[in-house]
Write a new protein. Structure first.
Length: 238
């Protein structure tokens, strides 16, 4: 079965035990996993993330840190020192600067990702929240700020990936990571996501990594589901 390092499977499961069993079922077909707040907040959740990394997996700790700069600095340093490949913080300048400072103090290779606009939010939701921007406008503003703050990449929906890639290119950052949740294979249920695309379309738009959870972990055969996604993006350059 095919594998692809650009495919990150989100372990959005209720317990560490269920997540460990899922990883064992999928086996070598998936080399990268996202560990989110539900698992990280469980007893042993952070240790589980470290366990997967020790097994050779690329681990995305999706903390979405959001606090005053000093607190984010300390948290980012702690996560980086513990061992983490990708770490998320919210895309606000004070937060991002704190995260960069903490990671740099740790001297670790952790890549920092700025969460632009949650893929569950629509333009109408942003209006309700008091923003005077559409999702695409707010993403663009926050991408520019992330580039200015020295972030390694962003988390944004597949629908904004092309514009993010353009902005990164204009800033001389061809290495800028674009990690896209809201990825759904053809015919899959959108769930609570609003701004979605297929894996192939997301990569063609400029994404560097895809985060897929329910289409894999809720499948009758997660191994086959993950392999099918890898096959669908085989040969697409990023």
């Amino acid at each position: 079965m095919l594998t692809d390092p650009r495919l990150i499977v989100g372990l959005d499961l209720p317990s560490v035990e269920a997540a460990r069993e899922m990883v064992d079922r999928i086996g070598a077909t998936v080399s990268a996993y996202k560990v989110g707040l539900t698992l990280l907040a469980r007893p042993g959740g952070v240790a589980f993330a470290h366990e997967l990394r020790a097994r050779g997996k690329m681990i995305f700790q999706d903390w979405k840190l959001h606090d005053i700069g000093a607190q984010v600095e300390g948290a980012a340093r702690a996560v980086a020192e513990g061992g983490c490949d990708l770490l998320t913080v919210h895309a606000e300048p004070q937060v991002m600067r704190g995260a960069v400072k903490g990671r740099d103090t740790a001297g670790a290779g952790t890549k920092l990702l700025a969460v632009t606009v949650l893929t569950s939010l629509s333009d109408a939701d942003l209006t309700d929240l008091g923003y005077g921007f559409t999702a695409s406008q707010l993403v663009e503003r926050r991408v520019r700020q992330a580039l200015d703050c020295g972030m390694d990449g962003v988390v944004s929906s597949p629908l904004e990936a092309a514009r993010v890639r353009q902005l990164a290119g204009e800033a001389g950052r061809p290495d800028f990571l674009i990690v896209t949740p809201g990825v759904r294979p053809e015919g899959a249920d959108k769930g609570d996501q609003q701004r979605v695309a297929t894996p192939r379309a997301a990569l063609e738009a400029g994404a560097t990594h895809l985060v897929v959870a329910r289409p894999v972990i809720a499948a009758d055969n997660p191994l086959s589901a993950a392999s099918a996604i890898a096959a669908s993006i085989d040969g697409i350059a990023t």
